[in-house]
Design a protein around this ligand. Structure first.
Ligand SMILES: Nc1ncnc2c1ncn2[C@@H]1O[C@H](COP(=O)(O)OP(=O)(O)OP(=O)(O)O)[C@@H](O)[C@H]1O
Length: 477
């Protein structure tokens, strides 16, 4: 496989195997910069190696020939090469500092490009904001990348020309000074000068490769940095069949983000999520609901405690297998334009039924598993995502503020018909919601505050099984 492709495939594999928390920390802009810039720079650097080998071998042979012709000239030429190489170290170092600065600006440039692409609407509406953004961010980073790379190249190129000068100085010294003190035949002198002229070419090729090698070296460090900051999950990639389960048990679960200054700690959390039940997780902004949902969906690796799907306690052997129990629509969900996976014609027909039920029948059609469009309103996109999760037919559904973008009709449909229908299929459902109008459809309402469960209300039925009420259990912090 081509080297560039191989490097990229390695990075893709690392991304898919890395914990979401590490990907969040590295950031998508940095990853894009590495995939688009560093990989090709490293490969360009590596491509100079055959030339370097050929030039080095030529140099060794020509020096050998020079040694055979005249040992003293050989010593002079070798000393000149050594002197040239040593005096080359300083400009090379300064040049590489500029390349490094330029490379760091590429990360910032990618962040700015993302802001330009995603913030176009906001920038268009406010001229001052737009000008400030272009001057202080986008163009600033663009020109800094250019200027730093230019400065680095100018310094190293000047050093290369200085290297050429040294080789001509050596030739001049031998032709005009050396022969005055060391008698040498004309044939020998022309052979020596020819050899010295031939030395100049491989030396200059070796020096010319240095800027590319320097850039490649900096990019290689950036790639290694990505690999160091994206640890591979230790979990087995093999999907094994697990025992069936009725209750998802969270015990003493703890997770935290950030440093000691801006740390947010979740837990300890003790909670049971049952199949055939709808569990609402509610609470104020920043109380930890979404964080808990990402720990439950096995995206954030919990630091303490345990998660068990029935008797299957999550561990490295079954983590990926346990993930296959879950289907989730997070607030930052991604909608693929294709149904990924192998689905039978019957399943695809069912999917079309879901589209109709969700009011998308005349908006989205599907051909060869590709949606006719995903240029939809936010609410429609979420409905399409919901249809996809139905098709996945998993055992645990997690909906993080799914209904937030829905109009009253679809909100009502979601809470009063869709959720009960999923529940009746024997699934476990976790709904993160601020829609207190619909809390009564929940079998269990878990209220969170500052990363902890404040209370759990459970729906109890009277002896006559006719009326239902919520019984609240307050959990001691
Ligand atoms: N990637 C992250 N890195 C560091 N801190 C984070 C990260 N994501 C969330 N937090 C912090 O964790 C806390 C809980 O956030 P979370 O998104 O879980 O709250 P939430 O209850 O879902 O809020 P909301 O109702 O606003 O969606 C917040 O204080 C937030 O600042």
């Amino acid at each position: 496989m081509d080297m560039t492709t191989q490097q990229r495939v390695d990075i893709y594999n690392r991304i898919i195997k890395a914990p979401i928390s590490s990907l969040d920390n590295v950031g998508s802009a940095k990853l894009m910069a590495t995939i688009t810039t560093d990989v090709s720079r490293v490969v360009q650097g590596a491509k100079t190696f055959p030339d370097l080998v050929i030039s080095s071998v030529s140099l060794i042979f020509i020096l050998g020939y020079l040694f055979y012709l005249n040992t003293t000239v050989f010593v002079y030429a070798t000393l000149a090469i050594i002197f040239g190489s040593i005096s080359y170290v300083l400009p090379m170092y300064i040049g590489s500092l500029y390349f490094k600065k330029g490379r760091n600006n590429i990360d910032r440039l990618h962040v700015a490009i993302r802001s330009l692409l995603y913030g176009t609407k906001e920038l268009k509406m406010n001229h001052d904001k737009q000008k400030y953004f272009f001057d202080k961010f986008l163009l600033k980073h663009e020109y800094e990348v250019l200027n730093n790379d230019k400065k680095g190249s100018v310094i190293i190129t000047s050093a290369i020309n200085y290297g050429d000068l040294i080789s001509f100085l050596v030739i001049g010294f031998v032709a005009f000074v050396f022969i005055s003190y060391n008698p040498i035949t004309n044939e020998r002198l022309s052979a020596v000068i020819m050899a010295l002229l031939f030395i100049a070419s491989p030396v200059s090729k070796l020096l010319n490769a240095l800027p590319q090698i320097s850039m490649a070296n900096i990019s290689l460090k950036a790639i290694n940095d990505i690999f160091d900051n994206l640890p591979e999950e230790q979990a087995s990639q093999e999907i094994i069949s697990l025992k069936s389960w009725d209750t998802l048990k969270l015990r003493n679960l703890e997770y935290s983000y950030g440093s000691s200054v801006d740390r947010f700690a979740l837990g300890p959390i003790d909670l049971d999520i049952h199949k055939n039940e709808i569990t609402f997780i509610v609470g104020g902004n920043g109380s930890g609901k979404s964080t808990l949902s990402k720990v439950i969906s096995l995206h954030y690796p919990y630091e303490k405690g345990s998660i068990s799907f029935g008797s299957n306690q999550v561990n490295d052997e079954n983590l990926n297998s346990c993930r296959q129990f879950i289907s989730a629509i997070f607030t930052d969900f991604y909608l693929f334009d294709t149904l990924l996976g192998n689905y039978s014609d019957d399943q695809l027909k069912k999917f079309e039924g879901y589209l109709n039920q969700l009011g998308l029948g005349d908006k989205v059609s599907i051909k060869d598993k590709v949606f006719s469009t995903i240029s939809l309103s936010d609410g429609q996109k979420k409905r399409l995502a919901l249809a996809v999760t139905f098709l996945e037919n998993r055992e645990l559904y997690i909906f993080d503020e799914w209904a937030a973008d829905q109009d009253p009709h679809f909100k009502e449909l979601f809470y009063t018909q869709i959720l009960p229908a999923i529940k009746n299929e024997g699934k476990a459902i976790i709904v993160i919601s601020h829609d207190d109008r619909y809390f009564d459809i929940a079998d269990r309402v878990v209220t969170m505050e500052e990363g902890k469960i404040k209370s759990i209300s459970t729906k109890t039925k009277s002896a006559m099984q006719t009326d239902e009420s919520l019984c609240t259990l307050t959990v001691e912090a």
